[in-house]
Ligand binder design. Structure first.
Ligand code: GLU
Length: 423
């Protein structure tokens, strides 16, 4: 049975976000007077999701949809299925979406949803019932002009297809633009599945170039080998970097010569994890953080880079494929130690950027080629990382604070110009 969790503080994610906001405040000039709006979500819905299991029993799951800020447009952000999901985490994830869409200058606000469930424990039919009931429960909040869900940890294009269909059934007509990350034949976009990993690679290349790190021959460690980590690993490997360590929920594997990433992807597809991969030394999970590496790609969950891990990390460059992987105190240590961190709100923004393209294509009912999508994605990501880089130089701050400066200026300017209703 799932426990009610919204009274508990299981994760520090919201505290991490608040600390990030406190750091940007001194840089915002007059706009600082509006910053309080970013320290609370605009709206949060907690729903009970009861489903009939395959054995005829009934189980209840706890679901959430949080709209953090809508000053710049409809809410945008994924839906997470994970046993540790709670309100605190979904609030933080929704807030990071607000910042992320603003850094990329996409015409969206920030939102996020989730269900406290281990999707691996459900049959496909149970997963479908869970998704359809959850979509029904949050249907008063979502819509192509109000709030557009997408995949996140534990969800995928099939689940988005069910969400789109359920919402469409309620409306009485097909509404493809209500979610993004759908299967391509249901109004999805080419390039969406691989977009987040691609964005990690594209921003990573730019950052590596700026700090004089040669990617060819460099040693890369990846935490998380799902949608994001595996694609980023693949692209870095194609650029002749060596993927020397990979960690996921099944364990940690190491190979000083670098893995055959395609073979590892095939293994993970067949065995649902990296454990058991040939040509790999199994190492202790904690030893992952001490591996001799040039680039670290945390692409799993929040709160991974702790103070202690940051103190010993050998990487010169950290590419945050995950949302919120670094604690604020660890961030300070990395800055002091001269480690460059490309923050989540830009590094993993490739996914939401192609989600934006998908939404635009659905609105227009006109679809682009994969080349057009990747070209536009790369252009937006490169522009954004360069803007963040130059702001960091200008203000003498970290890339994270620089990204927050650019984002908060856009969000709070919109807030100021729209005014506070009813005036
Ligand atoms: N869940 C992804 C993220 O954290 C994608 C969100 C979206 O495409 O809307 O950015």
């Amino acid at each position: 049975m799932s426990n009610l969790s919204y009274a508990n503080e299981h994760s520090d994610a919201w505290q991490t976000y608040l600390a990030q906001i406190d750091r940007v405040a001194p840089h915002l000039g007059d706009l600082k007077q509006y910053i309080e709006t970013l320290k609370r979500p605009k709206r949060a819905l907690i729903v009970d999701v009861p489903i009939v299991m395959d054995d005829g029993s009934i189980r209840h799951f706890e679901g959430y949809r949080v709209q953090h800020n809508l000053s710049r447009g409809p809410g945008k952000g994924g839906v997470r299925y994970h046993p540790n999901v709670d309100l605190n985490e979904v609030m933080a994830l929704s807030a990071w979406m607000t910042i992320k869409t603003a850094v990329l200058n996409l015409p969206f606000g920030g939102a996020k949803g989730g269900i406290r469930v281990d999707p691996r424990q459900l049959s496909p039919r149970e997963l479908e019932r869970l998704t359809r009931r959850f979509t029904t429960e949050i249907s008063s909040l979502i819509g192509p002009q109000t709030d557009i869900p997408a995949p996140d940890v534990g969800t995928n294009p099939n689940i988005m297809g069910w969400m789109m269909d359920t919402y469409s059934m309620i409306q009485g007509h097909t509404v493809t633009g209500v979610v993004t990350g759908k299967p391509v034949h249901l109004g999805g976009s080419l390039g969406r599945v691989r977009a987040t990993g691609r964005g990690v690679f594209v921003t990573g290349l730019q950052a590596a170039q700026k700090i004089g790190l040669e990617v060819a021959g460099s040693k890369v460690a990846v935490q998380g080998f799902g949608n994001v980590g595996s694609e980023a690993a693949y692209l870095f490997n194609e650029a002749n970097a060596k993927i020397v360590a990979v960690q996921d929920h099944t364990g940690t594997i190491f190979n000083a010569e670098g893995f055959d990433v395609k073979a590892l992807q095939k293994h993970v597809e067949e065995h649902q994890g990296v454990a058991g991969f040939a040509d790999a030394q199994v190492i202790d999970n904690e030893a992952f953080w001490d591996v001799d590496m040039d680039i670290l790609i945390p692409a799993a969950l929040e709160a991974q880079i702790t103070l202690e891990r940051a103190q010993n990390l050998k990487a010169k460059l950290v590419l945050e494929g995950a949302n919120g992987p670094t604690y604020p105190k660890a961030d300070d240590v990395l800055v002091e130690r001269g480690v460059t961190v490309v923050p989540d709100v830009i590094c993993n923004a490739g996914g939401v950027t192609v989600s934006y393209f998908e939404w635009v294509q659905d609105m227009a009912s006109y679809f682009w080629t994969e080349e057009e999508i990747n070209e536009r994605l790369d252009k937006l990501m490169i522009q954004a990382i360069n803007d963040v880089w130059n702001t960091a130089k200008d203000k003498e701050c970290s890339l994270r604070t620089a990204a927050y400066i650019l984002a908060c200026e856009r969000i709070l300017k919109a807030r100021k110009e729209r005014g506070i209703f009813p005036g």
